[in-house]
Design a binder for this molecule. Structure first.
Ligand code: NAD
Ligand code: UGA
Length: 469
């Protein structure tokens, strides 16, 4: 029987281990973290992350074969398979700042594994890391602990937030990379046996270590590139009178292209797309491939362009000034069905509007006021590092209010920005909202979820992404 331990009880470590525990009832699984508050939340009725279906899984397994603990060293020492799912943010200082992955958390986890291990272990890279990280980790482990055999595997995670549980139940594929040696093959088999409890073996792909590490960065780069491609098209649509939904539909009908992930938006967000592309760009630059680096950089440039284009459209439509005007922000999370705000486009849009001295009234069903205020006062890339908070200037605090209802947010406002595609925003009583707003009343729909015709009939001036005015 194997014992599993996962270092890092975050968006990946928590749900992934909960599903492993559910599907492998005979395997004891512990999830450990240095954050006391996170572990306390995992052991409480209020889990630290909002993810549909997660609570049921945790409730079924917690205390049976799923344990959350801050006793990192004890659980690591006892485990046969150690997953490392710590954060790997973008470096903010020093060599490669603004691009390279910061592996401080990974390295300290690896050193701790070396320190406490008394038996052979399989160490699994679950975090997204630069290509060749496994080699560095191998060196740290073997140089610090003679006589113990460590096998490093790369097993990147492809779940998306908001659908994490379904993605884990039925992944398109599980990827395992390992050394091409007899010991490497044995380690790959041990991990494959865990996943084979519920995943058909033809969906478990095995590669060498470097292909697995690079495949994760490549998958995120391809996905983000699709969004930047459709967002670039949305700008052409607005200039020409084409409708981006019709263009996406027609293009996606080609079976070589496919219909998924072609929704034009205010821009992609989330903790990984930008970070992983920057990481890829840095790898290209370090390997003397500036043309390839520039190619991927464009994906981020178009994303930034899309966000600033949206802000400019709001300001220019509202007679070139939003100073002192109340603007309702509906949705702050980076996508629906999550409370996660990391790299959410809402931060850039709100900061852009605050820069033009708008007054913001923000509502999101899953994001707390505390989190929103923190996000709006933080510097780029600081969100995933020990917090260096910039105190909000007194004038910014006055400019932002966070409310718990879409009707409260929109009351007396001059304009509404829809920044997250929460289902509840589709069913709002827009007539009631219109009656309570200043006129002319504007809607800027950054997610194309509003019924444009209906709202225009009510009297709104509606701006959607990539659609005729
Ligand atoms: P997260 O910030 O939610 O969780 C990481 C956790 O690791 C934190 O709770 C932190 O306290 C803990 N930690 C850091 N150093 C530690 C140490 N030395 N010992 C013990 N605990 C430590 O991050 P996340 O979103 O779960 O992402 C983790 C990794 O997975 C990243 O590399 C990310 O790129 C990748 N990933 C994320 C997603 C996603 O949807 N969030 C999906 C696929 C891959
Ligand atoms: C993404 C990938 O989808 C996962 O496979 C990957 O594991 C994960 O990153 C990661 O490595 O962290 P996630 O960021 O959770 O997952 O969510 P997505 O559904 O990919 O959405 C990312 C952003 O793109 C969101 O802001 C979303 O609103 C936006 N998006 C998505 C669009 O603007 N248009 C689309 O068509 C799809």
């Amino acid at each position: 029987m194997v014992k599993i331990c996962c270092i890092g009880a975050g968006y990946v470590g928590g749900p992934t281990m909960a599903v492993i525990a559910l599907k492998c009832p005979e395997i004891p699984v512990s999830v450990v973290d240095i954050s006391q508050s996170r572990i306390a939340a995992w052991n409480s009725d209020h889990l630290p992350i909002y993810e549909p279906g997660l609570e049921e899984v945790v409730k079924k397994c917690r205390g049976k074969n799923l344990f959350f603990s801050t006793d990192v060293e004890k659980h690591v020492a006892e485990a046969d398979i150690v997953f490392v799912s710590v954060n790997t943010p973008t470096k903010t200082q020093g060599l490669g700042a603004g691009k390279a992955a910061d592996l401080t958390y990974w390295e300290s986890a690896a050193r701790m594994i070396a320190d406490v291990s008394k038996s052979d272990k399989i160490v699994v890279e679950k975090s997204t890391v630069p290509v060749k990280t496994a080699e560095a980790i191998e060196r740290i482990l073997t140089h610090n602990r003679k006589g113990i055999n460590f096998q490093i595997l790369s097993n990147p995670e492809f779940l998306a937030e908001g659908t994490a549980i379904q993605d884990l139940y039925k992944p398109d594929r599980v990827l395992i990379g390992g050394r091409e040696t007899p010991e490497g093959a044995k380690a790959i088999k041990a991990l494959k046996d865990v996943y084979a409890h519920w995943i058909p073996v033809d969906r478990i792909l095995c590669t060498n270590l470097w292909s697995a590490e690079l495949s994760k960065l490549a998958a995120n780069a391809f996905l983000a590139q699709r969004i930047s491609s459709v967002n670039a098209m949305s700008a052409i649509c607005e200039a020409t009178g084409a409708d981006v939904s019709q263009v996406s539909h027609s293009v996606g009908y080609d079976s070589r292209i496919g219909p998924k992930f072609l929704n034009a938006s205010v821009g992609f967000g989330g903790s990984c797309f930008q970070k992983d592309i920057l990481n890829l760009v840095y790898i290209c630059e370090c390997n003397g491939l500036p043309e390839v680096a520039n190619y991927w950089k464009q994906v981020i440039k178009v994303n930034d362009y899309q966000k600033s284009r949206f802000v400019n459209r709001i300001v220019s439509s509202m007679f070139n000034t939003v100073s002192g005007k109340k603007i309702a922000i509906l949705g702050f999370a980076f996508k629906k069905d999550t409370g996660d705000t990391r790299e959410t486009p809402a931060i850039d849009v709100c900061k852009g509007l605050l820069g033009d001295r708008a007054k913001l009234s923000i509502y999101d069903p899953q994001v707390t006021e505390d989190q929103i205020q923190r996000d709006l006062s933080m510097k780029k890339f600081d969100w995933d590092h020990p917090v260096h908070l910039q105190p909000l200037s007194p004038s910014s605090i006055k400019q932002v209010s966070v409310v718990w209802d879409a009707y409260e947010a929109t009351k007396d406002s001059h304009g509404i920005c829809v920044l997250t595609e929460w289902d509840e925003f589709r069913n709002l009583d827009f007539q009631k909202i219109y009656n309570s707003m200043q006129k002319p009343a504007f809607i800027f729909d950054g997610r194309n979820i509003v019924d444009v015709e209906k709202c225009r009939k009510i009297g709104f001036i509606v701006y959607s992404i990539g659609k005729p005015l």
